[in-house]
Every structure is written in C-alpha cells, then in structure tokens.
Design a protein around this ligand. Sequence first.
Ligand code: NAP
Ligand code: G3H
Length: 483
Amino acid sequence: MASNVSELITYNAYLAGEWKESSSGETIAIKSPWLRQTIGNVQAVTREEVDAAIESAHAAQKEWAQKSLSERGTYLERWADELEKNAEEIARTVMQEVGKGYKDAKKEVVRTADLIRYTVQEALHMHGESLRGDGFPGGPQNKIGIVERVPLGVVLAISPFNYPVNLAASKIAPALMAGNGVIFKPATQGSVSGIKMIEALDKAGLPKGLLSLTTGRGSVIGDYLVEHKGIDMISFTGGSNTGHHLSQQSVMIPLVLELGGKDPAIVCEDADLDVAVKSIMNGAFSYSGQRCTAIKRVLVNEKVADRLVKKLKDAIEKLSVGSPEEDSTVVPLIDDKSADFVQSLIDDALAKNADLVIGNKRKDNLLYPTLLDHVTEDMDVAWIEPFGPVLPVIRVQSDEEAVEIANKSEFGLQASIFTQDVDRAFAIAKKVEAGTVQVNGRTERGPDHFPFLGVKSSGMGVQGIHHSLISMSRVKVTVLNLK
Ligand code: NAP
Ligand code: G3H
C-alpha cells in the first residue's frame, strides 16, 4: 500500500451523467490529514452547473419513477457489487483523504455495500395499504382508499467528512430506490472518496442525468443548493451549526438533519466496570473520537469513579496512536484547526482545575488520547462536542444527578447506561433525552437498519434504512368510488 502520493489527479465532477471539468476553471486541493500533503484536486462547480444538474435530474427522474422497484434494485445491486470489487482502492482513498485506519475504511466500504443491498430488499418489501370508507358511523361504504408511496422528485444529499462513503450512500440508496433523482454534495474533505463511490455507481449503468455529484465548498455553493427551487427534499448529515443554518435556509420542503452529539456514558455503581471500560474506550477513541456517536463524556457514580478512572487510564496507555496505515486507533485529526479546537477545550478544563489523568500531548494535528477527571459544569469540555480524542469524566452522586447533567446538554443523539440491573437501566433510559439509549454497550449508529435519530440540537427526522425510504417518499391516496 502506497503511503505517499505518486500522481496527483485532478478529479472531474459528475454532472448529468458526464465526468467534467467545471467551467469555473477552479479546483480545490484536498490535503491528507496524515500525509500532510495534497492528494488530489476536485472541481469547484458553478451555480449554472448546479442548475443544469438539477434540471437533468428532474428529466431523468420522470423515467426512473416509472421503472419497477425490482429494476431500480438491479442498478443498486450492481452498485453494491462494484463497491465490493473496488473495496481496497476506495478504502485506500478514504484512508488518505480523511485519515481513517485502513481496516475501518475497508469495513466502511463493505458495510455500505450491505446497506445498499438491504435498502433494495427493504424497498421491495414495503407495502401500501387500502382503507375502507365506512370507518365512521354512517361512513361511505362505496369508497376504498388506496394508499401508496410515491417519490418526492430530486433529493439533495449532503454528507460529512467522517464517513464519506457510508453516510453518502445511506442517503443516495434510499433516495434512488424510492424513485427520486439525486444531487449529491459531499464534504469537500471527503469528495475524492465520494467520487470513487459514484464511479462505482456510474459503472453500474445508472441512467444518465439521474444523479449528479457537485463538488465545491459548502460555504460557496451550499446555500445555493439548499435554497434551489428544483430541490424537493434535503437529507443532511453534519455539524449542528450547519444544520441550524440549513433549517433556516430551506423553505417548505422536507428536511432530515443528523447532527452533532455529546453522548454520555452513565456508569452506575453496580456496573460491570470491565464491560463499561471496553465500551467507553471503543466509543470514545476509535477514529480519534471523530464520530457523531462517540462517547463524549462519562457521568460516573462517585462510589466507583476512582476504579473506573484507573481502568480507563490503563486502557488508554495501551491504545495505538499514529498512522491510519498501521490501523492506529488514535490518528491525526481531520485538520489543524480541529486539533487547535480540541486543544482549546483541554486547556480551558485544565485552567479551571480539571485533573489531567493522561494525555495532553500533541504533534501537529495528532492529539494523544486525553482523559480529564473531576470535570465540572463550568468547563467547556463538559458541554461542547470536541470531535477529537478527549474524554471528560464528571463524577455524580446519584442516577438522578447523572440524568440531570445528561439532559442539560443541548444535544440528544445517543446515551449509554452501564448497570447490571435491567430495571434500573430502563428507569434511567426512560428519563434520558436522546434518540437512542444503549444499555451496556457503546453508542453507535449501526446496524444500519435500526432507526437513527437525534433530538434537540442533534437532529430532526429519522434515518435508518426503512425510515430513510419513508422520508424520501410521500403518501399518495387514490380513492375508488364504487357504484
Ligand atoms: P459540517 O462542517 O457541518 O459539514 C457537513 C456538510 O455540510 C459538508 O458537506 C459541508 O460542505 C456542508 N456544508 C457546509 N456549509 C454548508 C451550507 N451553507 N449549505 C449546505 N451545505 C453546507 O460537518 P463535518 O465537519 O463534515 O462533520 C462533523 C460534524 O458532523 C460533527 O458535528 C458530527 O457530530 C456531525 N455528524 C453527525 C452525524 C449524525 O448522523 N448525527 C454523522 C456524522 C457526522 P464542505 O465540506 O464543503 O464545507
Ligand atoms: O459519525 C457519525 C456516524 O453516523 C457514526 O456511525 O456509530 O457507526 O460509527 P457509527
């Protein structure tokens, strides 16, 4: 596997079924977070190119919507096959572009092929319904309502950097299966991985024009895409600030937002601490904590806090730190700005007398895993999403206090509860404001057919294969009036 970049490719955008240079004449350099050098360039597409792409998507969608579900499924199955065939190459791109460990990058590609196949099967097995008209006293006996789901039109799929393949395909696959056209706007850092993924879809023979990939800075073409009259639905995954902004820009079209989190691990005094430590370590530090669902704070009962912190420290000492090529758990963050931001959270906590248990070491954008104990509510790290390898421990006196602090957060993506008492787990789970509560396990999105959602600033609407198909289609009722 090459660890340096031998040839610098300028990648074309995929506009209305053609790979093209942008008429802007501008490209954006993509710099690898761990090689710290440019690995390729992508096109900065223009507004006129966006207009043309959306127009083509509408034209192609009309025919696509007429195709049978099984025919649509055939294209997607071929896409999944192509992804698997090219899994090594795509994984290498993901590794270089977003600094994800090679094995995890490959898992992401294979997981995506599985997600696409499951999406096809789910769509094939979703049924409409028919209703009798006489549901009310004296209601009409001659009416039968036939309820189907129909496409929305053209879906705008905007994805983040951290799962450049999976989080894009989890929008594109259901959008296509539901009969829509797609405009795909990848994260700029993640565009090359997105391009490789769309090359696989192109090879699968997707009808020309149905999908376009518009690379370019969100700050430049983002608002234009979001406000475009030709967009009929937006599925967005990314930061909460961007999500808030989008929800103000988009008017009267369905919007699904999967945003940031500050997932707590609540550790009760009766928890199996080894189970808790294993899950917290994996949840907090894999891919350097650059997961929306990473465990981003520990709320531990004071009675077991010393033991838990000692076990976490021992486990952190064993973590591999370094290169994604060597599958290190902790890898360089996506860019220097992100590393500066995480460092500022650590500095703030230490200035306010948090205990540094281990870490606070840095080389450029590589931050060593950092454990902070005795974190208090006046510290930024107690509330702000770092998207990096820092774990604050907040000691609590009771389950009630843990729930109170968990819910004080503006976020509500997931939460983990560690206890050996299932009734206690359910009692806490009932009170925690989150889309999903995990009992004795790490916070995570998968398996991909589970509903996935955030509440409060963590999102709006529901993803997960079934729910994505629902959100990317609408109900249509045809009423049969019998004589
Ligand atoms: P981000 O900065 O919000 O970017 C996400 C996407 O939005 C990128 O494609 C970005 O394009 C685009 N964008 C930026 N400004 C835009 C605008 N005005 N209009 C339309 N699109 C715009 O997030 P990120 O740094 O890539 O990802 C990290 C964040 O995503 C974290 O907060 C994480 O928790 C969250 N996340 C959430 C989930 C979830 O499912 N809940 C999953 C993964 C990540 P550019 O790259 O060109 O700026
Ligand atoms: O970053 C957000 C992803 O949706 C997290 O997915 O829990 O499978 O790592 P994951």
